[in-house]
Design a protein around this ligand. Structure first.
Ligand SMILES: [Zn+2]
Length: 115
């Protein structure tokens, strides 16, 4: 991973303060869900349905999740859409915070100040 110059300009004390802030601002770890929300239009396959002429149904929401080597699509019912979307976004914010904390620790390590 690249050594980020944004942290190099800060003192050890400032780095530790920033790291503590990142930890304090971490979202609720219980509200996490790996995956990506996708919108898809679908054909139902019924003969004579309007979707056969190209006017597809939807959009329907799906959660794309890694299942081993494959990606699975799980249907998201409308009543769960907001919660699923929020969990996916929260996971992204937590991952960004972890990446920053790790980069700060790498900088502290490089200065012999990792505690
Ligand atoms: Zn149809």
């Amino acid at each position: 991973m690249a050594h980020n110059s944004k942290w190099r300009a800060l003192s050890v004390r400032q780095l530790r303060t920033r790291r503590a802030q990142l930890v304090r601002q971490l979202p609720d770890l219980q509200a996490t869900l790996y995956g990506a929300v996708q919108r898809q239009m679908r054909q139902c396959g019924r003969p004579g349905c309007r979707c056969a002429a190209g006017e597809r149904h939807g959009p329907y929401l799906y959660l794309a999740v890694r299942m081993g080597r494959r990606t699975g699509l799980l249907y998201i019912p409308a009543e769960a859409a907001d919660t699923v979307q929020q969990h996916v976004e929260t996971t992204g914010r937590i991952e960004a915070a972890l990446a920053d904390i790790s980069a700060i620790n790498l900088e502290l390590f490089a200065r012999g100040a990792l505690d």
